[in-house]
Design a protein around this ligand. Structure first.
Ligand code: NAD
Ligand code: MG
Length: 392
């Protein structure tokens, strides 16, 4: 059997690196045939020298020349491509059967959707595209027989705990998403006012990209995940709950009507979810250490502090409002997090800016990608204009 050919979009990121680590452990089964990055040409070239992909894409067109010359100098046959459109082209091309969607933010939308439309096995880490256009993405995946395997650890856990046959999902009472609580669990609003990007990015359990690290610190990550769970598993918001679990060992749970609760456990290392997605329904080693429950000794659970971390309820409200509201929420959050990382906005300004943007941009029914993208653009414009009101 020839190896499964895999496109890793966001190859230079945290998830991309974990995916390539698992791929490299199983050269007989997996081959990285497409590698894509945003701006870091040198890192992409290093990966090309290591994995010899058929295609390398640099999203930033300014990097094309260096990429092409670097590939030539290394004597590689890899075809260089550049520009945002090339991401979607490569994802849909016949050079891959599987796409790891690991670009951060709404920038991953077009390539994620292209992979779904091309009927690929879609290992979905790029949660923002599900928040932005979940209904459309799931519909297109179904129409083109693309298998979505969630990579977000919570959704991957739920995917593993649910019966494969959708008809049997009637027996599900609710989904329980676990949240670590982030680096500021237990803090008061007063203490949060002065936190820095470095503090927010120092996650207690996971090493991740900066955007998702800030999202974890505000609890917006969990809010985005509630919306993601709604679209991936088809349950209404009132049957998707969040419980804080500081050890990040129980990755999420499915509560059935008969009182059975199934959970997936493991060390907090994204290679487990990636190995699961790459090999599904088989299992392959991932390099993750076996779980040592006696060493962990205890597992704690507590309710989220919704008053101190209002992003969670902002996300629930956007999901309930429906239409373009989740797209507006996501866009405002991306603007807010980026401003926070650039020290143009305080930590408490993040939920404030998102709430103000949701107030300023009217939501409407979302019947097409055009409508969603227009809402995304308008929310970014409004959020950018509103920043000064909340700047520190
Ligand atoms: P990261 O910042 O480490 O990496 C992001 C990757 O996306 C990089 O390779 C970068 O080159 C690429 N990228 C950024 N902007 C781009 C653009 N405009 N065009 C093309 N490529 C672009 O982020 P990450 O932590 O790996 O997260 C990636 C996605 O996976 C996010 O949606 C995140 O929410 C999700 N996720 C991450 C984790 C984790 O443990 N890191 C867990 C669950 C879900
Ligand atoms: Mg997660």
């Amino acid at each position: 059997m020839s190896p499964q050919r895999i496109a890793v979009l966001g190859a230079t990121g945290s998830i991309g690196g974990s995916a390539l680590d698992v791929i490299a452990r199983h050269p007989d089964r997996f081959r990285a045939s497409v590698l894509a990055a945003n701006t870091r040409v040198d890192e992409l070239l290093d990966l090309c020298r290591r994995f010899h992909p058929e295609i390398a894409v640099i999203a930033d067109p300014a990097g094309f020349h260096r990429l092409r010359e670097g590939l030539r100098a290394a004597g590689l046959k890899t075809e260089p491509l550049a520009g945002p459109e090339a991401l979607a082209e490569a994802a849909a091309s016949d050079r891959c059967e599987t796409v790891v969607a690991a670009i951060v933010g709404a920038a991953g939308m077009a390539s994620t959707l292209a992979a779904a439309r091309a009927g690929k096995r879609l290992l979905l880490a790029n949660k923002e595209s599900v928040v932005l256009a979940g209904a459309l993405l799931v519909r297109e995946a179904e129409a083109h027989a693309a298998r979505i395997i969630p990579i977000d650890s919570e959704h991957n856990a739920i995917f593993q705990c649910l019966p494969a046959d959708r008809a049997l999902h009637d027996g599900v009472h609710r989904l329980l998403l676990t949240a670590s609580g982030g680096p500021f669990r237990g803090w008061t609003r007063e203490r949060l006012a002065g936190v820095t990007p470095e503090q927010a990015c120092a996650h207690p359990n996971w090493t991740m990209g900066r955007k998702i690290s800030v999202d974890s610190a505000t609890l917006m990550n969990k809010g985005l995940e509630v919306i993601e769970a709604h679209w991936l598993f088809g349950l209404p918001p009132e049957r998707i709950e969040v419980v804080v679990h500081p050890q990040s060992v129980v990755h999420s749970l499915v509560d059935y009507v008969d009182g059975s609760v199934l959970a997936q456990l493991g060390n907090p290392d994204m290679r487990t979810a990636l190995a699961c997605g790459l090999a599904w329904p088989e299992r392959v080693s991932s390099g993750v250490a076996p779980l040592d429950l006696a060493a962990i000794a205890r597992l704690d659970f507590e309710p989220p502090d919704r008053a101190t971390f209002p992003c969670l309820d902002l996300a629930y409200a956007a999901l309930r409002a429906g239409g373009t509201a989740p797209a507006i929420l996501n866009a405002a959050n991306e603007v807010a997090v980026s401003a926070f990382l650039q020290r143009r906005l305080g930590f408490l300004g993040i939920p404030a800016l998102i709430a103000a943007t949701l107030d300023a941009v009217p939501d409407s029914p979302a019947d097409s990608l055009d409508v969603l993208q227009a809402a995304d653009a308008e929310a970014r414009r409004q959020a950018s204009a509103l920043i000064t009101r909340f700047a520190n």
